[in-house]
Design a protein around this ligand. Sequence first.
Ligand code: M5T
Ligand code: MG
Length: 587
Amino acid sequence: MTTISQPAEFTLQRKHTADRSNAVRWITSHSIRYWPIILMIFIGGLGNAALAAVVPVLVGDVFNQMLKPDPDTSILIPLALVLGGSQIVRGVLQLGRNFGAELMAQKIERDIRDELYVSLLGKSMTFHNLQPVGDTMARATNDVREVNFMFSPGINLVVGSFMFLVMPFFFAPQYHISLLLAPTLFTISYFIALWHYLRALSPITDEVRATFGEMNTHLSEALDGVEIMKGAAQEGAEIERFVTNARRVRDAFVRQGDLEARFLPNLLLGITYAIGLVHALLLFRDGLLNTGGVVAYFGLLRMLDFPTFASTFAYTQISLGLSGARRILELINQETNLDQNAAGYTGVMRGEIEFRNMSFEYNNGESVLENVSFKVKPGQTVAIVGQTGAGKTSLVKLINRTYDVTGGQVLVDGIDVREWNLASLRSQISMIEQDIFLFSRSISENIAFGKPGAGQREVEAAAAAAQAHEFIQSFDEGYQTVIGERGVTLSGGQRQRLALSRAFLTDPHILILDDSTSAIDSATEDKIQRAVANAARGRTTFLITHRLSQIRWADLIVVLRKGRIAAIGTHEGLMKTSEAYARIFRE
Ligand code: M5T
Ligand code: MG
């Protein structure tokens, strides 16, 4: 089995690897593991159809018996009983088929959902920055669901109804070999029509899924930015855009419905009945078929009902499922340029960092950092200063490989970060981001995020060191207080101290604090100041800050301007030598 293996930032060892070369193979490779269930669906479907065919056959026999001058009633009762009994067995087989299909659908849904989730976590930030969350959500929820429906009712009905299609071929020749004519004509034209239908359907179902994804992207962005939207009184324009998107989804569905309505086999079925009946009556006239035969044969033809009516619906479901699978696979197969480098270096970090002639740009090709070289000794505190957009945040994100450099090197303990085992590198570096993300879980869980299983006492000690204990205690539920999404119920200063508590708990060898919030009252400022000083002790620390009090006592100050180092040194030194630096302090 061919598997496309790709670099990822995170992978799981799996017993089963799926073939990801295209959607059909991918789904097949997932299904094949459950072959006993597939067998059950087939046996259930076959048995169900065969026992359904028994009905017209027995009814034909009953007719013949009753038309005799003196009907033998001792045969009629057992015939009726056999008929009844066979239908009970048929019910059980049908149950098996339905149950198998449902079971399969749920298992596959779970499997591909897992696979997608693991793959998303393994993607680089470059991927996540470019991939709209709403679209990913649509794929991870609705498209996964479509794959489920593809099995049940989709494939379930296709298998079930295909067996019905086959039955007239088995039973009709018993009455007269030429009776194969009508079913054969029907089956040939059915498959030709089906082929055309599926070819026309596939782009439409792709469109249905794609427009749905776009609508979702828009919705999630509008909700994310609802505050800005309201602030700018743009509700009207947003509604306009949403309506346009919703209309596209509707149009795609309408085209799907239109195609379904024009499904040719519906017409073919009527014609087949007519041909079949005329044929049977001609045989009857010539004495080649008796009354019971005509009745049984027409009953057998009636079995073509199921494939005809189930197929529009069932094949649409399969087509939608495949479109969904293609979209999920597209996401899974997206290139990831970062490699977790599982075989890389895993030592304990001393905390020495060196930027060696390093340059960096985002995907857009504009240079963000150029020719940056400096070295930090273990335990030192470095302050990065510079105007907004100078590249401060970008610089520190290269240390833990949130992004990879485009030129030169970043070394930790003298080892290129790309040579490090990614998990080992990241677990020893703690980064407090500019906009702090908190999960909508309890405060305790948020602090213990980097160290699951940390005890309450540990969590509280970390919070105390980060000067957060006090305000957490002031909440009614203390550490169990659940934070709203993105921590909206906390102030900037409080969020920062929670993030610091997180860092204390993981006790990293390198701490990076990207703090651009400058507008904080002096009492809080003082607390944060103390928390940061606590945190910086005994580890290499990068501080991005506008707070002069913090910059002042840094061991090394790097002044960035437009992606280049404008000046570097200690506070005293820079005050004397750097006009740019001195200006910052004068302002
Ligand atoms: C430095 C550009 C940005 C700026 C430069 C995050 C990001 C940034 N940029 C991109 O092109 N793509 C991106 O995904 O890079 O940005 P920074 O490093 O975020 O600057 P900063 O931290 O010094 O600024 P600030 O405002 O946080 O003080 O030109 O356009
Ligand atoms: Mg920044």
